[in-house]
Design a protein around this ligand. Sequence first.
Ligand code: SF4
Ligand code: SF4
Length: 337
Amino acid sequence: MKRLKIPFEIIVEITGRCRLVCEHCTSQRTPHVPLETVLGILDECASFGVKAIRITGGEPFLHPDIEKILNYAKDKKFMVLLNTAAENMSPSLLKNVVKNVDMLLVSLQGYSPRTNAAYTGSKSPYIDKLKNIFFLRSRLPSVVLATVITHDMTKSFAKFLPLVRKINPEAWTLLRPIDTMTDNIKRMDVAFYRALAVQIMKARQEKVNVFIANPIPMCITGDLRIGKQAFYGANLDDGHVRIVYSAEGYYKPSYFINTNLGNALKAAWAHPALKELDRTDYLPELCHQCPVLDTCRGGCRGMSLRAHGTPFSPDPLFDFASAQKALSKPYLNNPVR
Ligand code: SF4
Ligand code: SF4
């Protein structure tokens, strides 16, 4: 697959610190990246021609220089994206975010104070988080909600919906947890994701823009038309179109593939490990006949790595019978999103 000359976006982890303790968190809790280092990365991205910068963590609001970083990113004329739990925001920080951020991605792990605290361990008032979300939703061009899927999501999905409708985000993105094959991950099998896809499709028909935003085999329901709406595909992950500057001080392909690509952007983007991750020749034969291979890329390399010890192996959710069924139906290459 042809690589972009310039990455679509650079994700900058400005800190590994966070107040929360989410179940599937991969943050190494590394200290804040010094301000000069962050600004140096932004300079390097600007001179390489990168248009979009995503500031993340850990929790980026814990960085003592977060406001300076957002000001600097905006001054450099980047499209500024920011990932946060939106807790404990001072009036000054709220104002700064409104001034500088183009797209805010807010994690939403509960539909009530109890469920939020149960997943994240948050000690902050849930109502304050919601107030921040509503305030920012009414002032920013784009607010997206992000919920890591839990093993009880097929039951809790409907409970999230009234709140999601009220917030009315640009999108509600569900994230497949990328983790070792724990019992909970094993419970989230093909049948689980099929059941979740049914609920996603129903909500989409009711005008809620919800989908699974990270890689998953798009044939899992046996119908690629559903796959194309309920699942975003793999393009944003696994180092295909964007990479991450890790709070540990080097570029890596994605949040979940920790290969050290060095600390210079141009060399990192040309690193042979990324070209390897673009390969598809090791995927099951059916993938090579698939009309959505370019979007799906056979699923998640991060999960293949955790399940089989190598990213160059089938996604553990790849299901031959579903793929065969999906590919036996006529498919019009007609992207919905
Ligand atoms: S908010 Fe993010 S960084 Fe913090 S614990 Fe949850 S997943 Fe980890
Ligand atoms: S056949 Fe392969 S490429 Fe096609 S949707 Fe399934 S996993 Fe993805």
